[in-house]
Write a protein that binds this ligand. Structure first.
Ligand SMILES: Nc1ncnc2c1ncn2[C@@H]1O[C@H](COP(=O)(O)OP(=O)(O)OP(=O)(O)O)[C@@H](O)[C@H]1O
Length: 213
């Protein structure tokens, strides 16, 4: 039987006294998961917890053994995350950020160069990100999420703001990484694009829980 890639155990997330998520157990084997839910349901909160960026009660385990609480550094090395609305220090160029991620995530510069060309980032990679449009910033953040050898890539609303010509490129990058064994969690208000990705399951964030659909 395939080992679980992501396991949530007794996870609860509060903002102050407001409980956003209460997930007794969620076990995800390798795959591509489409995470849906109403505005304010808790999708981004869930992504940030999975990325190891915000505190929460309970435990998240990767590959059956790497604990978000007990091995936080190893855990974060295994997860890449692209925010829905990425923000970077404005004085840095795209090239600076790609170099930084390649160093910290042990990325392959040939591969990132190829992705930059495919995504059309080459044209503005030397410019400071303060000059980027929202779509340019989104493309850069998506590229950064593919750097290194993560076990899990979290993409929060990857389909918004990028132009339609870039969507097939994104789907190809996801497919290639999935073929290499990477698990994806993708939040989107859009329906699953028909026929382009082998989506394993749709997950719904509802009533503070995450359930298979
Ligand atoms: N930093 C925060 N402090 C307090 N409350 C927060 C914070 N971030 C999110 N929330 C609240 O947590 C709930 C879940 O927010 P979250 O952003 O995770 O929802 P979402 O499902 O991603 O929504 P959307 O589809 O609108 O992006 C909302 O009620 C929101 O107001």
């Amino acid at each position: 039987m395939q080992a679980p890639v992501i396991t949530l155990q007794k996870v609860r997330k509060f903002y102050g006294s407001f409980e956003v998520l209460a997930i007794d157990q969620l076990v995800l084997k390798g795959g591509i998961y489409w995470l849906q839910g109403q505005n304010g349901a808790g999708k981004t909160t869930c992504m940030k917890m999975l990325a190891g960026l915000i505190p929460f009660e309970g435990e998240i385990i990767l590959q059956g053994q790497v604990s978000s609480k007990r091995q936080p550094v190893r855990y974060r090395q295994l997860v890449n995350y692209a925010e829905a609305e990425p923000v970077y220090p404005g004085f840095l160029t795209g090239k600076d950020l790609i170099r930084l991620y390649n160093t910290t995530k042990r990325g392959d510069t040939t591969m990132t160069g190829r992705m930059a060309t495919l995504l059309g980032i080459d044209a503005f990679v030397e410019n400071p990100v303060s000059s980027y449009s929202s779509g340019m910033l989104k493309k850069l953040s998506l590229l950064l999420a593919f750097i290194g050898t993560p076990a899990v890539i979290l993409l929060d609303e990857p389909l918004i703001t990028i132009d339609t010509a870039t969507l097939p490129v994104l789907y190809t990058l996801i497919q290639e990484c999935y073929d290499d064994g990477v698990t994806f969690c993708i939040t989107s208000h859009q329906p699953i694009p028909p026929g382009v990705l082998p989506v394993t399951a749709t997950l719904a964030v509802e009533h503070k829980n995450i359930v298979y659909r």
